[in-house]
Design a protein around this ligand. Structure first.
Ligand code: GTP
Length: 174
């Protein structure tokens, strides 16, 4: 069998948007209502196949509260791709996307790289009290170099696999 290529993917966004839930849904196909807030950072791995190529995704999860202050440099060092998550029922988490993006790219010294592999996840689309429309997201994506976005639900398993497959594809194409 061919040796797999390893990609480090980091998941970022405000506290409570569902980062851990999306990761656990993707890697373990589970969902629990009460996940504890993430302390520090940790990663899960998943072996996948991208267009016939074996890929090992090492996906790093962190606490949204900390932005970057509390995080060790080991969290973002060597990242090949990034996933930004917000919660469609809390507009404030969407409004913070630009700050997350900017802070991350500066941290890894890629602030002038318009091609760094990234996607946006608009999570919790299963809920009724939505505050951010698809149009709002499309506009932000358009203003940010046509970054791809997915409307997801970790709870109901909507678009989760698709989104992670896309980030693997983007990392592979880089
Ligand atoms: P921090 O670790 O604090 O940064 O939070 P997080 O972004 O990892 O969020 P977490 O996965 O802990 O989810 C926060 C809450 O939202 C939990 O109660 C989850 O069950 C819930 N949640 C996550 N994803 C979804 C979703 O797609 N739909 C619904 N309805 N609830 C979700």
């Amino acid at each position: 069998s061919r040796k797999s290529v390893l990609f480090k993917v980091v998941v970022l966004g405000e506290s409570g948007v569902g980062k851990t839930s999306l990761l656990v849904r993707y890697v373990e196909n589970k969902f629990t209502i009460s996940t504890k807030s993430t302390i520090g950072s940790d990663f899960l791995s998943k072996e996948i196949d991208v267009e016939g190529r074996p890929v090992s995704l090492q996906i790093w999860d962190t606490a949204g509260q900390e932005r970057f202050q509390g995080l060790g440099t080991s969290f973002y060092r060597g990242a090949d791709a990034v996933i930004f998550v917000f919660d469609v029922t809390r507009k404030k988490t969407f409004d913070e996307l630009s700050a997350w993006k900017k802070a991350f790219l500066i941290q890894i010294g890629q602030e002038n790289n318009k091609e760094f592999p990234m996607i946006i996840l608009a999570n919790k689309v299963d809920l009724d009290d939505r505050q951010v429309s698809k149009r709002d997201i499309a506009e932000w994506a358009n203003q940010n170099g046509d970054v791809h976005f997915y409307e997801t639900s970790a709870k109901e398993n909507v678009n989760v696999g698709k989104a992670f497959d896309e980030i693997a594809k983007l990392a592979l194409a880089k």
